[in-house]
Design a protein around this ligand. Structure first.
Ligand SMILES: [Zn+2]
Length: 331
C-alpha cells in the first residue's frame, strides 16, 4: 500500500469510528440477567450470563461473537453466573470483572472463578466504587457499587447488595445497570452520587422486585426507559406491581425480556444534530416497536422475599454498604 493510500484508509477508519453507535442487548435468558453491549470502538461487554448456558450461548453465536473483551459478574447468584460458565468454555474472554462476594450457599460461583483464572490471557479485576473503566475513549464507564473487599455470606440480601453496578455515558445518554441491588444500595447511591445517577435507560434492579426501584432513587435516575430482565411465571412473582407502579410514576416506559431480547441503540454524535435514541426494540428485526408492558398482568408472589434492609436513609446495614464511600463520587 502506498503512503497516501495508507493515510486515506486510516482517515476512513477514524471517520467510521467517529460515527459508530453503542448497542445494548438486554438478552432474553428467562429468569436471570444477561446484557450484551457493543461499544463504539468495536470492543464488547457482557454483564452476567443468565441461569443456564444455552440462551446466552445461542445469542452470542448468532451474533458471530468469538471474543469478549469485558465480562462482568455482578454478584454470585446462579441466575447471573451459571450462563457465564458456558461463555468461558466457548468464547475467548480477555477481562473478567468480579466482586469479592462469596456466596457460601453455592459452589458454582467458585467454579466460574476457577474457569476465569484458567482462561488463557484473561485478567481478573475487582473494581471499586468511583473507578472509571477505560473501555472506550468516548464512553464514560463508572463503577457505582461493588464489594472489592471480601464479604462471605449466605444471606441473599447481602450478596445482592454487593452487586457490581455500572453506568455508561455516551452521546449525552446514560445507561445504568443495577444488578440485583436493593433499596439499601439505592439509598446509599442516591446520597453519594446524586445527579450523577441520571440515566436515559435503567436496567431495573433485581428483576423488578418491590424491594428495589424506590421512589427517591428513581427521582434521581429519571429513567425514560426501564428494562426488566425476568422470566415468565417465575417463582418470585417478579416483577412486583409496586416496582412497576413506581417506574410508571416517574414516566418511564417499561420493557421486559419476556417479550424477547430488548435492544437499545445510541447513535454516534453528529455535529449540530441532537442525539436520537433508536429503540429499544424487540430483537426480531422484522417487527416494529416492542410492546410496552403497561398492562402487565400482576401475578401475586408465590413466596414473598424477606427483606432485612435498614429503613430508608438509615445507616449502612451490611459489609457491602460499608464499602460504598463518599469518596467514590469524587473519583
Ligand atoms: Zn438475580
Amino acid at each position: 500500500m502506498t503512503k497516501l493510500a495508507g493515510l486515506l484508509s486510516l482517515m476512513l477508519l477514524a471517520t467510521s469510528n467517529l460515527w459508530a453507535q453503542l448497542n445494548v442487548y438486554y438478552v432474553d435468558v428467562g429468569q436471570g440477567d444477561a446484557t450484551y453491549i457493543d461499544l463504539p470502538n468495536g470492543h464488547n461487554v457482557l454483564i452476567d450470563g443468565g441461569n443456564s448456558g444455552a440462551p446466552i450461548y445461542k445469542f452470542l453465536k448468532d451474533k458471530g461473537v468469538t471474543t469478549i473483551d469485558h465480562v462482568l459478574l455482578t454478584h454470585p447468584h446462579s441466575d447471573h453466573y451459571r450462563g457465564l460458565k458456558k461463555v468461558f468454555a466457548e468464547f475467548d474472554v480477555k477481562n473478567f470483572y468480579d466482586t469479592k462476594a462469596e456466596n457460601r450457599d453455592a459452589i458454582g460461583d467458585n467454579n466460574l472463578r476457577e474457569l476465569a483464572d484458567a482462561e488463557p490471557g484473561c485478567k481478573t479485576h475487582f473494581p471499586e466504587p468511583g473507578d472509571q473503566l477505560n473501555w472506550d475513549s468516548r464512553v464514560t464507564v463508572k463503577v457505582l457499587n461493588s464489594c472489592y473487599e471480601p464479604v462471605i455470606t449466605h444471606n441473599n440480601d447481602e450478596t445482592n447488595a454487593c452487586s457490581l453496578i455500572i453506568r455508561f455515558f455516551y452521546n449525552g445518554t446514560g445507561l445504568l445497570f443495577m444488578g440485583d441491588a436493593d433499596s439499601s444500595v439505592e439509598n446509599a447511591m442516591t446520597r453519594i452520587f446524586k445527579s450523577g445517577l441520571q440515566s436515559y435507560a435503567l436496567k431495573v434492579g433485581h428483576h423488578g422486585s418491590r424491594y428495589s426501584s424506590t421512589e427517591k432513587f428513581l427521582a434521581r435516575v429519571q429513567p425514560k426507559v426501564a428494562v426488566i430482565s425476568v422470566g415468565a411465571n417465575n417463582n418470585y412473582g417478579h416483577p412486583h406491581r409496586e416496582a412497576i407502579d413506581r417506574l410508571l410514576a416517574v414516566g418511564a416506559q417499561i420493557f421486559m425480556t419476556t417479550s424477547g431480547t430488548q435492544t437499545l441503540f445510541i447513535p454516534a454524535p453528529q455535529k449540530g444534530v441532537e442525539p436520537v435514541i433508536e429503540g429499544p426494540r424487540p430483537y426480531t428485526p422484522a417487527s416494529d416497536l416492542p410492546p410496552a408492558v403497561r398492562d402487565i398482568v400482576y401475578v401475586p408472589p408465590v413466596e414473598a422475599p424477606v427483606s432485612v434492609n435498614s429503613p430508608a436513609g438509615g445507616p449502612p446495614a451490611s459489609p457491602a454498604l460499608d464499602q460504598l464511600k463518599e469518596a467514590a463520587a469524587q473519583k
